[in-house]
Design a protein around this ligand. Structure first.
Ligand code: CXF
Ligand code: ZN
Length: 560
């Protein structure tokens, strides 16, 4: 075995059988009507799309061979020097009576939230995190309460104001002054237009109309490439449509706002985020959901509020929007419900990652799964999303983070994100990977994340969970129409859960400021996600790198 990391434990899995279910033959039985009544379960086969609340395509293509089982001896390697050292804690996972049980306004350094210091830097899921209010004098977010102080850094109730540790990105402010001159007028700018499925994007000039009521026009500073862009670039059938301006991970500056927009002002730094957060509907008001029902999320060619496009090419032909963002353009228009104001102090190349990938993975561990301190986590697929789940699990204080991937090179990278142990399904002999995980964890993991986008892997994740409380969380997105099959008996008898997670279960306007504060405090590390940075005009190179599995995130700068 040529593996580039030290090993303290190298052990062969034994021939004894673990109690976990994993046989493909056991999978496929229909869920009985009585089960449906009991668990409010969907009909016999559960649509993966319904678990994600959308028919979407996201496939980590370079993971395609994941989980093929081969006949060589199963070898499990445990990394000797895990990045994250989180001793298991017997402490219950509940709010600290001093400062977390209700929104805290007055934290001082003497009132530290003890249960979450050191080993868990994210607040427990049940902590109420209010939406951020903004101060137009300072143009910086000011938090109404302080959920940000439960880490190892000193508590701070007053948001990011006055404690910026990173230099403000100056070019944003230089340009802001002139931008009001374009208010109310169409803007002619460069965009990378996807004109035909799978063909190189065309860098061309386009017209971006002024924002309509409830919308915001943004000058993009940085945009990065996510697998969903690749998926919808390649897809030939609906919901794909062309010509389209793809891109949904970005950061920018508000150029102008439409009628009735008061939440942001010209010059504010913002993240456009594909998930809306209106703050008013029953779902936005509930802590249990991030699925706004005012503008239910869909893969639409239009902006959500007026169901129309703000883009045309120079011949007057309409260009379609993508995921409510369309950031592969120097300017774009986004609904205010899809905008989160952030501090201009956050370096843009890092900030843009929070529009999708990093937040999706970290949120899946924090908000969807609610990983507790001392937990054992398994991540199927060590691409960008899987690595972000690892980072989230580490922040939540997980003790063991087991990465499953067929690509050995991923293991070396994954160590930097806190993955402590690795399983290569190709080396599991004739044992199903769930059996190997069952043996490693003495009965199954607490949380198993599927981050590739294969329905069959969700079943493996489910089978790798501990009976009684294990949760399998779907983060990867399989093709539309893909179905999940679970044994009715196993589902009934084992007491496990399967959960869908879109945007990591995060409510953008409440939770992104929490994550960004972790970034500022250097608790959340995103440096290792950025494998490439380039000029916007080199966007086709970025597509190529991601398609070949050579990048985690390519960040493109508009003005470099
Ligand atoms: C996807 C998740 C499903 C909807 C489209 C976007 N996430 C990230 O790219
Ligand atoms: Zn994405």
């Amino acid at each position: 075995m040529l593996l580039p990391f030290r090993r303290t434990h190298l052990f062969r899995t034994l021939a004894h059988t673990a109690a976990l279910p994993s046989s493909p033959a056991a999978i496929g039985a229909a869920i009985s009507p009585s089960h449906q009544r009991r668990y409010h379960a969907p009909p016999p086969s559960i649509s993966t799309a319904s678990l994600h609340h959308a028919s979407l395509l996201l496939r980590e293509h370079h993971h395609a061979p994941l989980l093929r089982r081969h006949t060589t001896t199963s070898i499990i390697l445990r990394s000797a020097a895990p990045q994250a050292t989180h001793p298991p804690s017997p402490l219950p996972h509940r709010p600290c009576p001093h400062c977390c049980s209700s929104p805290c306004r007055q934290l001082t350094s003497s009132r530290i939230c003890r249960p979450f210091t050191k080993s868990s830097v994210l607040p427990p899921r049940e902590t109420i995190i209010p939406r951020v209010t903004t101060s137009h004098e300072t143009k910086l977010p000011v938090y109404t309460t302080a959920p940000l102080s439960m880490g190892s850094s000193p508590p701070q109730c007053q948001g990011v104001k006055g404690r910026r540790t990173m230099a403000t990105y100056q070019p944003l402010e230089d340009k802001v002054a002139g931008e009001s001159q374009t208010r109310g007028k169409p803007i002619r700018c460069r965009a990378a237009v996807s004109r035909k499925a799978g063909e190189p994007l065309v860098m061309e000039e386009v017209m971006v109309a002024p924002p309509m009521a409830g919308e915001v026009r943004i000058r993009i500073i940085c945009t990065s490439l996510c697998h969903s862009d690749l998926t919808y670039w390649k897809l030939k059938e609906p919901p794909a449509c062309f010509p389209r301006i793809l891109g949904h991970e970005a950061v920018g500056v508000v150029e102008s706002v439409g009628e009735n927009v008061t939440e942001v002002a010209e010059g504010d730094t913002v993240l456009p985020i594909f998930i809306p957060d209106c703050g008013e509907c029953i779902d936005c008001r509930s802590e249990k959901s991030n699925l706004c029902s005012k503008f239910p999320f869909e893969i639409s060619p239009w902006l959500p509020r007026h169901k129309s496009s703000r883009f045309t090419d120079l011949k007057g032909e309409v260009l379609y929007h993508f995921l409510n963002v369309s950031s592969f353009s120097e300017y774009t228009v986004v609904d205010i419900d899809n905008i989160t104001k952030i501090s201009p102090a956050i370096p843009p190349n890092k900030a843009c990652l929070f529009s999708c990938g990093v937040s999706t993975g970290v949120g899946a561990a924090w908000r969807t799964a609610n990983v507790e301190k001392g937990s054992t986590v398994v991540i199927f697929g060590l691409g960008a999303i899987g690595l972000a789940v690892a980072e989230g699990a580490r922040l939540c204080g997980a003790s063991r983070i087991i990465g499953v991937d067929t690509n050995l090179e991923k293991f070396d990278v994954a160590k930097k994100f806190g993955v402590t142990e690795f399983v290569n399904p190709r080396n599991c002999g004739d044992k199903p990977v769930s059996q190997v995980i069952g043996e490693m964890t003495d009965g199954g993991a607490d949380y198993c994340f599927e981050c590739v986008g294969f329905a069959s892997l969700v079943q493996d994740a489910f089978a790798s969970c501990r009976k009684g409380w294990g949760k399998a969380i779907m983060v990867g997105v399989d093709k539309p129409g893909a179905m999940l099959n679970f044994s009715s008996v196993e589902m009934l008898h084992y007491g496990k859960s399967v959960m869908g997670s879109i945007y990591g279960g995060l409510k953008p306007k409440s939770h992104i400021p929490v994550l960004l504060q972790r970034l500022v405090d250097k608790e959340l590390n995103v440096d290792n996600f950025i494998t490439h940075e380039m000029k916007f005009e080199d966007i086709n190179k970025a597509f190529d790198l991601l398609a070949k599995g050579k990048s985690i995130r390519c960040v493109m700068w508009m003005d470099k």
